[in-house]
Design a protein around this ligand. Structure first.
Ligand code: SF4
Ligand code: SF4
Length: 427
């Protein structure tokens, strides 16, 4: 059997097959944030695909420029939307990262630490909760600020970029089942994710409450785990597959849809067949963003109002991977009192990209600055975006610029317009 080191082996064959779809037209270059920042061909999708093909053909080693460029890429997949030849760039870069990791081409301490944190903390709810509770304590006592002045730059940067951890009441678990209000019109399962309940419990509550008020019975399956997206992005395909398999089992019940309010997790579950094969097709077909589901089902009238000028910003994995762009805009535009404003670069990455803001802080900040410039031009009161990484990154960006722009998940806006009863939590 051919192993991963064999240039003719399975994954490298797959990399070559996908790389050969590229016809080198360069139409993706203006969509690529790292190309726009550096102007370097090797930091563009076309340049990276060229390197990947050379690697798959055994003409270059994995270490050096390929490893550097494969990880400088944000995996934002804007190049996929721009590509007329249908190159599956996301699958390509993740296969390459997995190949590099398994071949030992990533030997640095930072890379080992990242893997340790992803496997040992992010995917373990009790440890994640304990780590974030510790961080909250540091933040409340102001010790985090004190530490940032004393720690080495790399560690201080992690603390500076850490999100504010909300109080315990916002992190309490959701009930297993939330009954449908009004005339029932379906039963859905809710995917809660790993960081969402800890950092954005308010979003999960808004999602399940809104869905229930809109006539959906919501079930929160036990046994569900982290989706594995960050592991796959980091090249840990083995662990990502393990997590996906656990979710496949947890979401095996009879439901009309699996609702995911984190765009990155949603894309991962929709693409589960890539790692798990045909067995995951049923799960992948049922995954819906909450606004996508309500748009398909028809949003029942919202009794309340949301008075604000709102700019919607597409999470990369919702628009470029899951191809959901119109539904959130349609629903937000219909909220009484809300003025929806367009900005010039809604599909460009904000620089969050999973752990990218920690592993590549300088490039992440440059990409964020472009995004903030575009958003500031339309002077919004609120920016809406449906992914935890984007919420954290945009919130930090506006705070650092001293701007009082609120950053909310779109379901929070709909839940607020659904009236006071929708806000406190599930029934
Ligand atoms: S995924 Fe994003 S950063 Fe990576 S090559 Fe494509 S457009 Fe550029
Ligand atoms: S747009 Fe597609 S085919 Fe053209 S260079 Fe980019 S990836 Fe290759």
């Amino acid at each position: 059997m051919r192993g991963p080191d064999d240039p003719r082996g399975g994954r490298r064959q797959e990399i070559l097959r996908r790389a050969l779809d590229c016809v080198h037209c360069g139409l993706c270059l203006p969509a690529c944030p790292t190309y726009l920042e550096t102007g370097r061909e090797s930091s563009s999708p076309r340049g990276r695909i060229h390197l990947m093909r050379a690697f798959a053909e055994g003409r270059i080693a994995g270490e050096g420029v390929l490893a550097e460029e494969a990880f400088l890429c944000l995996d934002c997949r804007a190049c996929e939307t721009a590509c007329p030849s249908g190159v599956s760039y996301g699958a390509l870069v993740e296969h390459v990262r997995a190949e590099l990791r398994e071949r030992g081409a990533l030997r640095g301490r930072a890379s080992r630490l990242e893997l340790l944190a992803l496997r040992g903390v992010l995917a373990r709810p009790a440890r994640l909760r304990a780590a974030l509770s510790g961080l909250r304590l540091l933040q409340r006592l102001g010790i985090d600020t004190w530490l940032t002045r004393r720690l080495p730059r790399s560690l201080a940067g992690v603390l500076e970029r850490a999100p504010r951890v909300p109080p315990g009441r916002e992190r309490r678990p959701l009930p297993r089942r939330i009954s449908a209000g009004g005339v029932p019109r379906g039963r859905v399962a809710y995917f809660r994710g790993c960081v969402m309940p800890e950092l954005f419990g308010r979003v999960g509550r808004a999602t399940v409450t809104l869905l229930a008020r809109q006539g959906f019975e919501v079930w929160v399956p036990p046994g569900q785990v982290c989706c594995g997206a960050l592991h796959a992005h980091a090249g840990d395909e083995v662990f990502a597959r393990r997590l996906l398999a656990a979710n496949l089992e947890a979401f095996g019940g009879e439901v009309d849809a699996v609702v995911v309010d984190s765009a990155g997790c949603g894309a991962m579950l929709r693409e589960a067949p890539r790692l798990l094969g045909g067995a995951a097709e049923g799960l992948a077909r049922r995954v819906r963003d909450p606004l996508e589901l309500l748009d398909e089902a028809g949003l029942r009238p919202l009794p309340g109002r949301f008075e604000a000028r709102v700019a919607y910003d597409d999470p990369c994995h919702l628009v470029h991977a899951s191809k959901v762009a119109a539904a959130p805009r349609r629903l937000l535009a219909g909220v009484p009192g809300l003025e929806l404003v367009d900005h010039r670069d809604p599909g460009a990455c904000c620089g969050a990209a999973g752990t990218y803001a920690l592993t590549h802080p300088e490039m992440s900040d440059r990409v964020l600055a472009r995004k903030l410039d575009a958003l500031c031009e339309v002077d919004p009161d609120v920016v809406a975006s449906g992914n935890p990484g984007c919420l954290m990154q945009l919130e930090r960006g506006f705070r650092q610029r001293g701007l009082a722009v609120r950053v909310l998940h779109p379901v929070e806006i709909l839940a607020a317009a659904a009236g006071p009863a929708a806000r406190p939590g599930p029934a």
